[in-house]
Design a protein around this ligand. Structure first.
Ligand SMILES: *Cc1c(COP(=O)(O)O)cnc(C)c1O
Length: 406
């Protein structure tokens, strides 16, 4: 059995009650995913194609290329069914649970993106689905709650603490520990105890597998750099994986710089979520990794204008690749992300997710001799309310002038 260690990072820091669950899952992951037992991987790929709409295009962004003086290519994960890369993983895990003979799926969600992707995959594969979501998040994300309900998922509001992602994760872990026999817990990023970081990366690595092939075809070789945003890091590891061995390809993980890179240790608050750039080593959600914490080891509350990047930790493999010098951490603030959101919408006809806008924004800082691939992890229709409000509040110049319509 693989150990799930990336240097010092990773591992299985879980309560005794969860050990049987992670061991059973590790065994199933090795058999079905790594050894392709019962043709699991062919089945997965066919469903990614027919249900998920893969492969997604690698598209040259003509106007951005002109702006930056090097070729910019966009990996269009915004075109995956559901509007983001999240389905790649949700579909893989729900299908794996079916192969394992599980009869019930649970998951947690913060902003609702992962919950929606899981609910969608469960409806498609006819699996009962329950999503845990903090009460505060339920109240501020009503359309996403409705979306999950449309797909016939139960949404369980969590009334503990601040009623956000952290509490929802704890409740889902508790449910899993009590219902190990018939239940699979779908984690939404390359985080959590082994085998999740490796398994989610395998499901998401279809992104770099396609990109590599498409680059050979379109550029006649490898790109100079690949840029992706990092919350937990699943689109990031997915976009990087098949390039990690190609030392000549630079890999940039762009985190949310929020409003500044400071930490208010006394208040336990950081106005950013740049765990790769500023975090320290600790254990969060079952794995050792880089995270935002006080000197006493309390997890600090993070912030980003984009809900999907707002997480105090990051996947252990990314932490390791940063320490090894293979991945360069970068960060982009809220305002720059909003500007990039409008820039891509205006000049290329693509509305990016606010998460993806961080990756797009990094092009403003990046100098390159050759072609650069940016992973557009999702589409931004879900972010319009936030963008309208925040662009006006911050006086973002690139935003459309709406005054005559008031
Ligand atoms: C959830 C989400 C992210 C952040 O998650 P990662 O695991 O870091 O990829 C990025 N982009 C979009 C569109 C998302 O929905």
């Amino acid at each position: 059995m693989s150990t799930g260690k990336f240097g010092d990072y990773g591992g299985q820091y879980v309560p005794e009650a969860l050990m049987p669950a992670v061991e059973e899952l590790t065994d199933a992951y090795e058999r079905y995913v790594l050894e392709n037992e019962d043709g699991f991987m062919e089945d997965f790929r066919e469903r990614l194609r027919d249900f998920g709409g893969r492969p997604t295009p690698l598209q040259r962004a003509d106007n951005l290329s002109e702006r930056y003086g090097y070729d910019v290519y966009l990996k269009r994960e915004d075109l995956v069914h559901g509007g983001a890369h999240k389905l790649n993983n949700a579909l893989g895990q729900v299908l794996l649970a079916k192969y394992m003979g599980k009869e019930r799926i649970i998951a947690e969600t913060g902003a609702g993106q992962h919950g929606t992707a899981t609910a969608m995959a469960c409806a498609y594969l006819d699996m009962p689905c329950e999503i845990y979501m903090g009460r505060t998040d339920v109240n501020r994300q009503r359309p996403n709650v409705y979306r999950m309900r449309i797909h016939d998922a139960e949404v369980n509001p969590v009334d503990i603490g601040s009623g956000t992602l952290k509490e929802a994760i704890n409740e889902t872990m508790r449910d899993w520990a009590t219902n190990v026999e018939d239940t699979h817990y779908v984690i939404g990023s390359v985080v959590g105890p082994h085998p999740f970081p490796e398994m989610v990366r395998e499901f998401q690595s279809v992104i770099s597998e396609e990109t590599r092939e498409q680059a050979q075809e379109k550029l006649g070789g490898l790109p100079e750099a690949v840029v992706a945003c990092a919350g937990g890091g699943s689109n990031t590891m997915g976009a990087f994986h098949h390039f990690v061995e190609d030392e000549e390809v630079d890999l940039y993980a762009v985190e949310a710089g929020g409003s500044s890179l400071t930490v208010d240790a006394e208040e336990g608050y950081a106005p950013h979520s740049a765990s790769l750039s500023t975090g320290t080593e600790g254990v969060l959600h079952g794995a050792r990794t880089k995270l935002l914490q006080t000197e006493e080891g309390q997890i600090v509350e993070s912030h980003s204008v984009s809900a999907g990047l707002d997480y105090a930790g990051v996947g252990p493999e990314l932490s390791y690749l940063v320490d090894e010098g293979r991945v360069t951490p970068a960060n982009v603030g809220d305002d720059e992300a909003l500007r990039a959101f409008h820039r891509l919408s205006r000049t290329e006809g693509i509305i990016p997710a606010l998460e993806s806008s961080h990756a797009v924004a990094y092009l403003e800082d990046l100098e390159s001799e050759g072609p650069v691939v940016v992973n557009v992890s999702g589409r931004g229709d879900k972010d319009l309310d936030t963008v309208i409000e925040e662009s006006e509040k911050r006086g973002i110049e690139e935003a459309p002038d709406m005054e005559v319509y008031l």
